[in-house]
Design a protein around this ligand. Sequence first.
Ligand code: BEZ
Length: 211
Amino acid sequence: MTLRIGDTAPDFEQDSNIGRIRFHDWLGAHWGVLFSHPADFTPVCTTELGYTAKLAAEFAKRGVKAIALSVDSVDSHTRWIPDIEETQGVKVDFPILADADRSVSTLYDMIHPNANATLTVRSVFIVDPQKKVRLTLTYPASTGRNFDEILRVIDSLQLTDRQSLATPVNWKPGDDAIIVPSLQDEALIAQKFPQGYRKVKPYLRYVKLSG
Ligand code: BEZ
């Protein structure tokens, strides 16, 4: 099934290294980052899962829960985690789904047969507290993802959900944001953005954000 932005993230029940997980229940009111990796005991995946573990405090600050997935077994995950912890110098504090029956991989279209018939590619789904898919991303097996970018997208989504804003190219927290083009009422703009704004074009209006 191809999942698109705005779709409801399908619920599922699957085994993991911390036991059986019902996805929606496990998410609760949090944001979620569901990401697949091709296989346990592989170098790039080891660095990705280690880095994700290092971001635990950043995810927690934003109300986000991370969950990994591969088609390997619970036993494999359990044997691999100490390697991640040893080599990456961090405790793995998020679950890894053991999708041996490929039910979640199929539901989320994480196996791309022309890349590999049986292993998942590097998929990422950001899911919001309403269980809507807010970002999809797919990387090939040979390229480790940039998890700082995933955090950056979450920052942008959380900001733009709260205010009538969008974020420009390479935006990062603290940078100016953009007033959405649909907001044209000057009185409303003044109310929403008392700090004022900088108009470059009628459709390109920057605001400084405090804090
Ligand atoms: C890796 O994680 O290093 C990897 C996994 C599958 C294919 C290539 C690299």
